[in-house]
Design a protein around this ligand. Structure first.
Ligand SMILES: [Zn+2]
Length: 307
């Protein structure tokens, strides 16, 4: 089954201002690299549906969802936190981003695709149950995880978060939930300054000092992530796929290169193949250096799809 590639034009209509790094051009940069690499033609392209209130409400209280909907401006920009804003197109984009994660889960768990990548924005891993922050509004990967658990009846789901920022929202949602194992690496100390203070047993958080490159990253993945994932034996693997730890990304100061994204995807895919029937859903998080983002997504997809 070909790898599904899920997106929607509405995700381009979320606009936090001319100089905001989390910009619509990120998705265009991914599309450009898919075309120039030649893999665009071998992916199964799908349009993201709008997430339903029920799907969002597995993660976020109804009052929070309603407050986000009410905050959406008719024109201009409204800030939800210093980094996170809504434009007139944001509400639909946010529903498409979460809806893509739901569709990806349906396709992969339902055997219609071996793996799926959601090329969507806004990203999600900083969104807690009740708070938008760090460019994130709804926690897309958490919506996918709970759709797999509650909607499809799976019992064990792993979340792999290699974004340069700690996925504090995902941790907030799943701390001490034994159905979920989250493994992550992140620059520390760095925004959002979380993840190191007595994490729950189901959180394998590995802080990395600024300047860490390929070798340091690969060592901690082998030492900390892979044994925990092997023991957990997930039935579905979800990636919170942020590409802002790339050396060319000046949002942060880790020094990964394109090939590290292929390598980490391969390591995790081997575990998914052993325990989860190869089922992998990947949801875009960060990544702000446009060329590096597009190239790294290609590396990730090449391994996911076996291209
Ligand atoms: Zn990030």
């Amino acid at each position: 089954m070909p790898t599904a590639f899920i997106g929607h034009a509405d995700c381009m209509k979320h606009d936090m201002g001319a100089y905001h790094p989390e910009c619509p051009a990120r998705l265009a940069a991914i599309d450009d690299q898919l075309i120039s690499s030649g893999i665009a033609g071998v992916l199964q392209h799908q349009e993201a549906p709008l997430a339903t209130a029920e799907q969002l409400a597995r993660v976020h209280p109804r009052e929070y969802i309603d407050a986000i909907r009410s905050a959406a401006p008719r024109r201009g920009i409204v800030h939800l936190d210093p980094d996170t804003a809504m434009s007139p197109g944001t509400w639909d984009a946010a529903l498409r981003a979460a809806g893509a994660a739901v569709l990806a889960t349906d396709l992969v768990v339902g055997g219609k695709a071996d793996s799926a990548f959601c090329s969507v924005r806004p990203p999600g891993h900083h969104a807690t149950r009740t708070r938008a922050m760090g460019f994130c509004i709804f926690n897309n990967v958490a919506v996918a995880a709970l759709h797999a658990l509650a909607g499809h009846g799976l019992e064990r789901v792993a979340i792999i978060d290699f974004d340069v920022h700690h996925g504090n929202g995902t941790e907030d949602i799943f701390s001490d939930d034994g159905r979920v194992l989250m493994v992550s690496t992140f620059q520390h100390p760095f925004y959002p300054y979380s993840g190191t203070d007595h994490p729950a047993r189901n959180m394998v958080n590995v802080p990395l000092p600024a300047g860490t490159g390929s070798q340091g990253f690969r060592e901690v993945v082998e030492r900390h992530w892979l044994p925990a994932l092997e023991d957990f034996a997930p039935q579905l693997v979800l990636f919170s796929a942020g590409f802002d730890a790339h050396v060319e990304d000046d949002m942060a100061m880790l020094r990964l290169v394109d090939q590290d994204y292929a390598w980490v995807t391969q390591q995790v895919k081997a575990i998914a193949d052993r325990h989860a029937g190869g089922r992998i859903v990947s949801v875009l998080e960060g990544g702000y250096a446009l060329s590096a983002l597009g190239r790294s997504v290609v590396q990730h997809l090449r391994v996911l799809g076996g291209f």
